[in-house]
Design a protein. Structure first.
Length: 269
């Protein structure tokens, strides 16, 4: 119950304060309730409710996943030199589902900041800076992109395009489409490749920590981290010997004791 010293009643006439506090004074003949008082009470209650709702709507921000390493570049993809037209046959071809990702601003695997206006893409295993032709098989439209990031970490998808690249092949509105990926590698076969395994998504942090502890016990000397993504919790292991064969062996082992999550083979450079 509000009293006479309540902040809600400060500055009101004595008669009105008595009404708010519950001690209603007698109403004279012909006297009508004062609409100003009712309006003041409604406004005060709405103001209090508004303040409470605003406080509850605040959500903790979700930090982005740690970068996967690679060469550091401060240039935005949209500011880079135009992608050169590839010559000869592609070194690598695959067919599968593609999607596109946004918003701009996160740090990509090559060290640059992702820019939706750039002609870039994310792929899990192609070397960074690889030039790729992506063809939408539903309309035969194609676009050239540069691999600057890692992903997509969604089962069944092979490449994530920037927003502008997706619009070039009419993938933007569709969201997902079947594509052909033709890669023109810029690194020599002698270039050493470094690999890791990223696993998720876990619904709780405890589940992710269980896998992290199991990996640390089984693969001593490896770097293992647990982090939060937009959809849940993830675990990433970089083997002490980060070659592809070791990463593949780890990926296969994870699938046995933890069959409910998906391990992804990811190239670091």
């Amino acid at each position: 119950m509000l009293n006479k010293g309540s902040p809600l009643t400060a500055g009101m006439p004595d008669g009105q304060r008595a009404t708010v506090s519950g001690h209603r004074r007698p109403m004279g003949r012909g006297e009508r309730p004062k609409p100003a008082l009712a309006g003041w009470i409604v406004a005060s209650v709405l103001m209090l409710l508004s303040g409470g709702c605003h406080h509850r709507s605040q959500q903790p921000s979700v930090p982005p996943p740690p970068t996967l390493g690679g060469r550091q570049s401060n240039a935005a993809p949209s500011e880079r030199a135009p992608i050169p037209l590839p010559k000869g046959r592609p070194d690598f071809v695959e067919t599968g589902m593609a999607s596109w990702y946004a918003p701009s601003g996160h740090r990509a695997a090559d060290g640059s900041y992702y820019d939706g206006a750039g002609m870039t893409a994310a792929h899990k295993t192609l070397p960074l800076e690889t030039i790729v032709r992506v063809t939408n098989l539903s309309n035969n439209k194609s676009v050239l992109v540069r691999i600057t990031d890692r992903g997509p970490f969604v089962h069944g998808r092979i490449i994530d395009l920037s927003e502008s690249a997706a619009k070039k092949i009419d993938l933007y509105r569709m969201g997902v489409a079947r594509v052909r990926v033709e890669a023109y590698l810029r690194t020599s076969p002698a270039t050493q490749s470094n690999w890791c395994v990223q696993t998720g998504v876990f619904p709780t942090r405890k589940d992710a920590l269980d896998l992290k502890r199991a990996l640390l016990r089984r693969y001593a000397g490896s770097q293992v981290i647990e982090f939060t993504g937009a959809t849940g919790y993830w675990v990433r292991i970089r083997p002490a010997r980060p070659d592809r064969a070791e990463a593949v062996a780890i990926m296969e082992w994870i699938g046995r004791p933890f069959p409910h999550v998906v391990p992804y083979l990811v190239r670091l450079n």
